[in-house]
Design a binder for this molecule. Structure first.
Ligand code: GUN
Length: 280
């Protein structure tokens, strides 16, 4: 039986520490503000945004919440972002993705300067990460690194395989592991011999959005398995990209879904907002 990495407990611990840091900042420099922009009625996005606002309250960050209708025009969305960029009260800006199809996501996000880009999505922050310089790191992969650290798992010299190449998770995850001296392989839908590549990993991070895709035959005995997935199984029950029951006895460490990576993502958003305010 493996060790289940408790993301919920670690998130609670980090939020407690952050609450103290935020309080100290506020006593000296005033409020820290995070603007959260939601456009449209995507149900999952509404839940995520609600949780982000709740987390702000928990750590003492002031949230500015904007919920615009799905018909919002490109010009209206850009005007709101511009207003938030100009505001002294706003230290971080988060535009919840995905945006409605008629909007140009790239153009909207490009208006957020690196200093307020608490998602770590912009080219400057991603470029700094690639060059292993001080930056703001995308919340989910940042949270994964914190989990590894908490459990004493040092990627140095290990073989790390990242399954998935998204800009939000896979790519920054690979760069963080590389910066931590792992030997990194990034796999995707066109990868040949995927099972064998995954089965060679000391650390396997899975972020592909396919329910229970990773099975025991894809996992090395004693590996660390990190599941970034948030999927529904055949009964509509929340599950990850890893078949937890099937894999748990083979892995040394494994993250559950729910209660693994999920709570860490929002915690790192709070952390990034604090960092953005501190660097101003
Ligand atoms: N949608 C799904 N994940 C994320 C995230 O990390 N940030 C933003 N802005 N939108 C998302």
């Amino acid at each position: 039986m493996s060790v289940s990495i408790d993301g919920k407990a670690l998130a609670a611990k980090l939020r407690g520490e952050l609450k103290e840091k935020v309080a100290a900042y506020k006593a000296e420099r005033g409020d820290i503000g995070l603007a959260v922009v939601l456009i449209g009625e995507d149900p999952a996005s509404q839940v995520y945004v609600r949780n982000k606002i709740k987390a702000c309250e928990e750590v003492g960050i002031k949230s500015f919440s904007y919920h615009l209708p799905a018909e919002t025009s490109q010009a209206e969305a850009e005007a709101l972002v511009d207003e938030l960029v100009a505001s002294d009260k706003v230290h971080g800006i988060l535009v919840q993705l995905p945006l409605p199809k008629h909007l140009n996501e790239r153009k909207i996000l490009a208006r957020i300067p690196a200093a307020k880009d608490v998602d770590g999505f912009c080219a400057e922050n991603v470029g700094n990460l690639a060059m292993n310089r001080e930056t703001i790191v995308a919340c989910t992969p940042f949270g994964v690194m914190k989990m590894l650290e908490e459990y004493g798992i040092d990627p140095k010299g290990k073989s790390a395989v990242v399954l998935g190449r998204s800009n939000i998770v896979g790519k920054p995850m690979a760069m963080l592991l590389l910066n931590a001296d792992a030997t990194v392989t990034v796999c995707h839908s066109k990868t040949k011999d995927l099972k064998d590549v995954c089965a060679a990993a000391d650390i396997l991070v899975v972020a592909i959005g396919r329910a229970k895709f990773v099975t025991a035959d894809m996992v090395k005995e004693g590996a660390v398995v990190i599941d970034v997935g948030m999927d529904r199984d055949e009964n509509g029950k929340l599950c990850g990209d890893v078949d937890f029951e099937n894999v748990k006895d083979k892995a040394a460490y494994i993250t559950p879904v729910p209660g693994g990576v999920g709570p860490m993502t929002i915690t790192m958003l709070m952390y990034n907002t604090y960092i953005a305010a501190s660097r101003r």
